[in-house]
Design a protein around this ligand. Structure first.
Ligand code: COA
Length: 376
């Protein structure tokens, strides 16, 4: 039996495995992907370079980058049966449920790639390329728009915007989305990545592992927080209302989505970067009201609870002006995080050890058997 004192609720501070992919310094507010600071990556890299970094362990040279872009472009088309499935799903379904269903179904039509081991990296590229098309096909259908074409010449960020919204991105929009994708690409052993690694550690396949991860990401304490944070911004409406509404919520012991973090004890460095992109997008449209409301919310929560903003607080300030509805925020998170999930799954396969912790049993052990007819 496990010693009661050792139970770590929520596995807080438990070091479950060794990894070379991502490092978080929660005290200094630093985030590193394979040795590179997130601030440098957000300033200079593209999502495709970051995905290569996560999967292959190093930045690509010019030829490798161009080859990766071509492969991703060529992998955007979905098998016909999956298209038919997507076209038959209820239009009022949650896009996260659609994504989870579609990733699971895609495995049925690509059996070679679903096997763990040798083909996993091809599966990582395939899933990363396919996710915007899956979401685009579903979202356009519910909006009565034409089906997306693969447009292989577009970057991943520009294709994501085109696939979902049926329009081209401006240079600023493409870069803003590219940076958002870079910031969401990986985050050590967060709940969804852990879910992916638990599934992979049973020697299950890549698609099953990613399906597990999507289910974990959906929850409001994880990826779903970005949609809830935007709900609050819309409820508040104007900066002058923020103080009273946030204080009321705190007095009712409600959680303010987009604040607090299991690992960061200072502001999440990704939040700092995305806040600036929210401001830039606001300036370009001449509407800074999301930025201003968020600034007020941040001040109040920091002052009242000493809690710092996390990345999810700011997604909406970039995505909403671009035209993405709220229920696509968490799916867009998945479009990026699939690169990190798959990097972790690949790492799990390389150094496999079944993940199977123990529980402290606190129930009874010596109950006498009672026949069914004698039970009250
Ligand atoms: N709003 C209000 N209070 C919060 C809070 C928030 N967003 N986050 C934490 N707290 C409070 C808790 O109520 C608790 O207070 P108490 O000790 O008085 O009960 C204390 O801070 C510690 O919270 P706890 O839930 O134990 O910390 P955690 O490490 O388990 O939580 C999160 C991490 C992310 C789950 C938590 O901060 C949260 O729910 N945040 C909102 C959801 C979110 O933004 N998720 C995205 C994370 S990237």
């Amino acid at each position: 039996m496990v010693d009661q004192a050792r139970v770590q609720r929520g596995l807080e501070e438990v070091v479950a495995l060794e990894s070379r992919i991502c490092f978080i310094d929660g005290k200094q507010g630093r985030l590193i992907y394979r040795g590179y600071d997130i601030r440098d990556l957000a300033a200079h890299a593209t999502f495709e370079e970051v995905a290569h970094l996560l999967w292959y362990g190093r930045l690509p040279n010019a030829r490798e980058l161009s080859e990766l872009r071509s492969r991703l472009g060529a992998l955007r088309t979905l098998p016909d049966p999956l298209n038919r499935l997507l076209d038959s799903l209820p239009v009022d379904a949650s896009p996260m449920d659609v994504l989870r269903t579609a990733v699971s179904a895609l495995a049925l039509y690509e059996p070679a790639e679903t096997k763990p081991g040798a083909s996993a990296i091809a599966g990582a590229e395939r899933l990363t390329a396919a996710l915007p098309t899956i979401l685009g096909r579903f979202h356009r259908r519910r909006r009565g728009l034409p089906k997306p074409e693969p447009r292989p010449q577009l970057s991943h960020a520009a294709y994501l915007l085109y696939a979902l919204l049926d329009r081209s991105a401006t240079e600023l929009e493409e870069r803003a989305l590219d940076v958002a994708l870079i910031l969401h690409a990986d985050h050590e052993l967060n709940a969804s990545t852990f879910a992916a690694r638990v599934t992979a550690s049973t020697l299950s396949d890549l698609y099953s592992s990613v399906t597990s991860a999507i289910g974990a990401l959906k929850g409001p304490l994880h990826g779903g927080a970005n949609e809830r944070a935007m709900e609050l911004v819309e409820q508040i409406g104007t900066p002058d209302r923020a103080e009273a509404i946030v204080k009321e919520k705190l007095a009712r012991h409600e959680r303010i989505m987009g604040f607090g973090h299991r690992v960061y004890k200072v502001e999440d460095p990704r939040a700092t970067i995305l806040r600036e992109w929210g401001r830039k997008i606001g300036e370009s449209t001449g509407d800074l009201h999301y930025y201003e409301v968020l600034e007020r919310i941040k001040e109040v929560v920091q002052r009242e609870k000493n809690l710092f903003a996390n990345l999810d607080l700011y997604s909406g300030s970039v995505y909403t002006p671009l035209g993405f509805p709220r229920d696509l925020f968490t799916p867009i998170f998945a479009v990026s995080r699939v690169s990190g999930w798959t990097a972790h799954i690949l790492e799990e396969y390389e150094d496999l050890r079944l993940i199977r912790p123990s529980a402290q049993y606190i129930g009874p052990t010596d109950l006498p058997w009672v026949p069914v007819e004698k039970r009250t």
